[in-house]
Design a protein around this ligand. Sequence first.
Ligand code: ZN
Length: 210
Amino acid sequence: MTIYETIKAAVPVRQAAEHYGLRVNRNGMACCPFHNDRNPSLKLNEEYFYCFGCGAKGDVIDFVARLFDLSNYEAAQRLAADFGISTEPGQAVAVPHKTKRPHIRQFREDEMLCFRVLTDYLHLLEDWKVRYAPRTPEDKLDDRFVEACQMLDHMEYLADILTVGTLEERGAVVDGMMKEGKIAFLQDYVARKKKEVLPHEQRSSTEPIR
Ligand SMILES: [Zn+2]
């Protein structure tokens, strides 16, 4: 058996796609990573994939080679490493180090950052809404209470999308948040405001705040 045959027999295309971050629905369809796909048009079977949008097709080796910009041999080695498949007894599987990041990886990193900052901000707003709520009708409204009332719904909506949205919906939210340093600004803002609320706690500004 060649390395290709071994890999193809061991790893269904669909499983590889899911492993590398694609969301595959019940019908075996996913948004195609090889073109700007708005609705799932990539069909994934055990043995092959086919895109009804851009015509991309092939087996699991082709899929991974294309996804990560690798040669077929490199793709096979990567699959062997990631799925723990022994290809040549006694010989270590070398995974070539690529400096170029596949865009799907980058997206997932961005998405995790957005989700973390968003939920941090959400928790802060939830806290403010209670902590700074007016006690009597005569009380002057605290800015933080007002901000919580204005922002909570929208932030919850965005967090919901990142949790259960389609790839396209999540992409739109992440794009919006990454634009013009918005996410860095919000991250910084939340960190500063958290310190105001909890002045006695030592926190590192580089670490996610819970
Ligand atoms: Zn496609």
